[in-house]
Design a protein around this ligand. Structure first.
Ligand SMILES: Cc1cc2ncn([C@H]3O[C@H](COP(=O)(O)O)[C@@H](O)[C@H]3O)c2cc1C
Ligand SMILES: O=C(O)c1cccnc1
Length: 601
């Protein structure tokens, strides 16, 4: 137990400065920014793991853990238990799929007996047998907690040994008839997924057998009552020895800053257990592929991993890792061997920056920001409670949306996709609101005649406002474009209903205006989401509320807080227009920050 705990605690964050250095390096290479897509993400991840801008992943070793499952007595697999033992012999003889694929990928294979039912006398087989297969989980725990911990610790030892002998990347493989049953049970409990969704056909059973398999799993969960917040308890009651061993391999590798290539459903479940035990381990995982087994996509999703390949595999043994290894190697070689713009004497992009400023010039020669391709999945993992940290790409995305948001008043006539509109409205609807009062409504204006009416009342107020400016601002004012209601495909009126949720809203007794504050939060959410989606948004604030109420049939007690025009645009200016034209400049942040009391810097 101590070994496991120590290793769990030894796993640290990836090296952010090495990641940044890698990103800068990739951006200096002779290719358009980001054009090597996922290979660039891989190179950055490997830099973070290894702390090196020239990561080394060779020699790579596939560790295949083999064990048997008592539950296979229930007829949950298309094959009998003895196939596990027979396949171990096949692995040692070099005739299994993983042997061939590993040879083709120039990786070594280590076969570990961590719980096969049967004795071996095979040279080259690593024997760490904890017991002769698990018990049938239908009738009680598959193994004891001590055995589960011993299997995890055996995995840690094996990873450490392999690394000491020189391995720079470990890949997970497994063999164990019945192990998709254990894996589905683990997924159902640890991922809080309905059993029905977590179960697949494994080695190729019929639909009737699949239903039977699901019933066996449900009964085993019912019988054992595993505690979802204790991964070792769950592993012991409904898991398997090879799964525990592989979880140990992940922990051992991550603690030594060695990347782990994950194979199919079973090894991904093992990786999930490792991440449950030590959340930072997730940064060391690379998903080689997504198998046909339906649970695999779910685990990848829960872990936030994007598989490199989808080849309809459903084998295991580490097969997918050997196929993906050359891709990982390609990422490493790109970083190491490609020439930079300087070295090759190749001209950089037109703004002169080859170093990743994410900028280019628009048609008129003005510097505009580009949206880099997203490096992370839009589906945030939400089951792993402990994985609340944003990864580098996610963090960068949030700040990028904030810093490149602009008040956009010039739109091109390209319609907004309905799903996009729905997503940004949903972002607005997830804004913070005082006492959760959600006082907003969103009137989405698409009708041209109504836009025309809004445009007219706004134009009138724009005129009126002009007389209040003096000097330079009076001169600049007529040149400013302050609204784009006619051009924008839609304008949204954000309203506030002060009666929503009754008179006594939590947190609003002394500050009645908190309802409007909440609506403004919704506007900002929409604005940032729109920016991330490549849509410009502009807040129009020249209007008399009475006029807007009349046009949009808004009842008198409802406040039309803001009109926001949205649409695609030619350019997101690097700086606010009002700054560029000299209307105003951004105050210094330091001057705005006081310490403890007003005015104290
Ligand atoms: C010949 C053979 C070789 C394999 N290699 C991997 N598996 C894969 O299938 C098994 C899991 O499926 P289930 O839960 O349906 O038994 C595991 O051993 C897995 O590694 C194999 C299965 C067979 C039959
Ligand atoms: O996803 C896998 O790796 C898998 C699927 C079925 C059987 N064995 C392995």
């Amino acid at each position: 137990m101590k070994k496991m705990k120590d290793i769990m605690n030894a796993i640290t964050e990836p090296d952010l400065s090495a990641q940044q250095a890698m990103e800068n390096h990739l951006n200096s290479l002779t290719k358009p920014l980001g054009s090597l897509g996922r290979l660039e993400d891989l190179a950055i991840q490997l830099a973070g793991i290894t702390g090196r801008t020239q990561p080394v992943i060779d020699p790579a070793a596939v560790i295949v853990m083999a064990a048997d499952h008592g539950v296979s007595a229930e007829g949950v697999s298309a094959f009998p238990t003895e196939v596990t033992r027979q396949m171990v012999s096949n692995f040692i003889s070099g005739g299994a799929a993983i042997n061939v694929l590993a040879r083709s990928a120039a990786a070594s294979v280590q076969i570990v007996d961590i719980g096969v039912q049967g004795e071996f006398n095979l040279p080259g087989l690593i024997s760490r047998k904890i017991r002769f297969g698990t018990n049938n989980m239908l009738h009680g725990p598959a193994m004891s907690m001590d055995e589960a911990v011993a299997a995890i610790e055996a995995g840690i030892d094996i990873a450490q040994d392999a690394i000491r002998k020189g391995a720079k990347l470990l890949a997970l493989g497994e063999m164990g008839i019945g192990n998709t049953t254990a894996s589905s049970a683990l997924l159902a409990v640890l991922g809080q997924i309905p059993v029905e969704q977590a179960v697949g056909l494994g080695t190729g059973i019929s639909q009737e057998m699949r239903q039977h398999k699901a019933r066996v799993i449900s009964k085993a969960i019912e019988r054992n009552q595993p505690n979802p917040s204790d991964p070792v308890d769950v592993l012991a009651k409904i898991g398997g020895l090879e799964i525990a061993g592989l979880a140990g391999v992940v922990l051992g590798a991550a603690a030594m800053r060695i990347p782990v290539l994950v194979d199919g459903f079973i090894s991904a479940i093992a990786a999930m257990i490792a991440v449950k035990l030590s959340p930072l381990a997730v940064h060391y995982l690379i998903a080689s592929h997504e198998s046909v087994e339906p649970g695999h996509a779910l685990v990848n999703r829960l872990l936030g991993l994007q598989p490199l390949l989808n080849l309809n595999l459903r084998l295991g043994e580490g097969s997918g890792t050997a196929i993906a290894l050359p891709i990982v190697r390609a990422a490493v070689r790109i970083a190491k061997e490609m020439a930079t713009f300087d070295q090759a004497g190749v001209s950089g992009s037109l703004d002169g920056s080859v170093s990743g400023e994410n900028q280019t010039l628009d048609d008129s020669g003005q510097t505009i920001s580009m949206i880099p391709s997203p490096t992370y999945s839009i589906e945030t993992p939400y089951f792993i409670e402990t994985r609340h940290e944003f990864d580098q790409g996610q963090k960068a995305g949030v700040y990028q949306a904030i810093h490149t948001r602009r008040d956009i008043r010039t739109f091109i006539r390209q319609p907004i996709e309905e799903e996009k509109l729905r997503r940004i409205l949903d972002a607005a609807h997830h804004a913070p609101s005082v006492g959760f009062m959600q006082p907003w409504n969103f009137i989405v204006v698409r009708s041209n005649p109504i836009k025309q009416q809004l445009h007219e009342i706004v134009a009138k107020e724009v005129q009126v406002a002009g007389q209040y400016f003096e000097g330079k601002r009076a001169e600049l004012y007529p040149k400013l474009k302050v609204q784009g209601i006619l051009e924008a495909p839609i304008t949204i009126c954000f309203t506030c209903d002060p009666t929503r949720d009754g008179a006594h809203v939590l947190g609003r007794n002394t500050l009645p205006e908190t309802d409007v504050h909440s609506v403004v939060c919704a506007i900002e959410n929409l604005w940032l989401a729109a920016r991330a989606e490549g849509l410009g948004a502009g807040w129009v604030s020249f209007y008399k509320k009475q006029d807007v109420r009349k046009i949009l049939h808004i009842p008198p007690h409802i406040d039309p807080v803001g009109l926001i025009s949205i649409g695609y645009t030619h350019a997101f200016q690097e700086r606010p227009v009002l700054e560029t034209v000299g209307w105003g400049k951004r105050y210094s942040l330091d001057e705005l920050i006081f310490t403890d009391r007003w005015g104290n810097h």
